[in-house]
Design a protein around this ligand. Structure first.
Ligand code: BGC
Length: 366
């Protein structure tokens, strides 16, 4: 009797641990503590296919629930229509605030007009929502600074600031053309590198620099791999590429795959300097293996915390914390923003940034 009771107890404990560990997208029952009073908050994320958005969604859900809100968390498989209908559903369900990481920044005007009619406030999450007056706040990282960090890294690693003349062969990739952030990343990096491109120390052998040509739709690794394959075949048959400016980690994954297939990673063909952003697990492994040179760490916990603070302020009728009122013009208005600080990451500091702070475990990076 005693034995079967203790088995039952262990089983109940195990079940509750399993349940507590699950964060399944959908409407949660919501926490009872905190200030949220069980009000519904809609959180629309672009896709589950990229690691960061899973983390963003989970963090938002956890923190909002802890503050006492119910959460409707949805992922849209990078499908614009799906995201629009998910947001429509959130409105119908009575969400009080919508937090949206858009897929296509230009496509939410209609559904947000509906939200505005219902008096629902809207926070653009990470990516700016454009061409609508119905976005109230924007929380993101300093996207221009992400590009500056990448550009500076290239300059310092090649010692261009110490007078090194090269010339070094470089290629440039751009993010998804429907994502406003892509232009900021590119602007920050290219403005920083411009003096060295103008003076011929950095040579973009393909000549391809305009966003129309270099951008990769949907931030797809496969798209970046295909473009890198083409560049290597067309321009680097008898010369190595020295630098690849990649705006983020998903593109860097495709670029590494292409470089590997072309025989890079040996003494005569060392990996080029390759930039990234996000510190995705795959890419931290690339850093450790010497296949990618750096990434930019954007702690999704910080962003989620800021957004939950914004939601709370809106619900209490107070002013959310804002630190930028100039940068993010969405074609209708400048959206009041909070910009978090992106941080340089490489093989030397990843442990301190990612493991010591509990972002990843050491095992995840093996
Ligand atoms: C985000 C990046 C991310 C990219 C692809 C951008 O909007 O700011 O962190 O790598 O989307 O998902």
């Amino acid at each position: 009797m005693k034995r079967s009771l203790s088995i039952l107890l262990v089983a109940v404990m195990l079940l509750s641990v399993v349940l507590a560990g699950c964060t399944v997208p959908g409407t949660s029952t919501g926490g009872t503590g905190g200030t949220g009073g069980g009000q519904l908050i809609g959180v629309a994320m672009p896709t589950k296919s990229l690691q960061r958005w899973n983390q963003d969604g989970e963090n938002m859900q956890k923190m909002l629930e802890k503050a006492g809100y119910k959460v409707d968390l949805q992922y849209a498989e990078d499908n614009v229509e799906m995201q629009v209908s998910q947001v429509e559903n959130m409105i119908t369900k009575g969400a009080k605030v919508l937090v949206i990481a858009s897929i296509d920044g230009e496509s939410l005007g209609g559904v947000l007009e509906q939200a505005a009619k219902e008096g629902i406030k809207v926070i653009a999450y990470d990516r700016l929502i454009k061409s609508t007056p119905n976005v109230d706040f924007y929380a993101t990282f300093d996207n221009y600074k992400v590009g500056v960090i990448q550009g500076k890294y290239i300059i310092e690693t090649l010692k261009l600031d110490k007078g090194e003349k090269g010339p070094f062969m470089m290629e440039v990739f751009g993010g998804s053309p429907d994502d406003n952030n892509a232009y900021f990343f590119n602007g920050g990096a290219m403005d920083t590198l411009k003096p060295y491109i103008d003076s011929g120390v950095l040579v973009i052998k393909s000549g391809q620099t305009d966003m129309e040509t270099i951008s990769i739709m949907g931030w797809k690794a496969s798209g970046a791999q295909a473009r890198m394959d083409n560049l290597l075949t067309a321009f680097y048959a008898d010369e190595n590429v020295d630098v690849v400016l990649s705006p983020n980690d998903s593109l860097a994954q495709g670029i590494v795959a292409s470089l590997k297939a072309a025989g890079y990673g040996s003494a005569s063909k060392p990996y080029p300097i390759l930039t990234g952003q996000d510190c995705d697990i795959t890419n931290v492994k690339h850093l450790i293996a010497g296949e990618q040179s750096m990434s930019v760490f954007k702690d999704t916990r910080t962003l989620a915390e800021k957004v939950v603070g914004m939601v709370d302020a809106i619900m209490k009728g107070t002013e959310p914390e804002i630190n930028d009122t100039k940068t993010y013009d969405n074609n209708v208005k400048v959206v009041p923003s909070y910009l978090c600080d992106p941080v340089f990451a490489d093989v030397k500091n990843y442990k301190e940034l990612l493991i010591d702070t509990g972002y990843y475990t050491e095992d995840q990076l093996k």
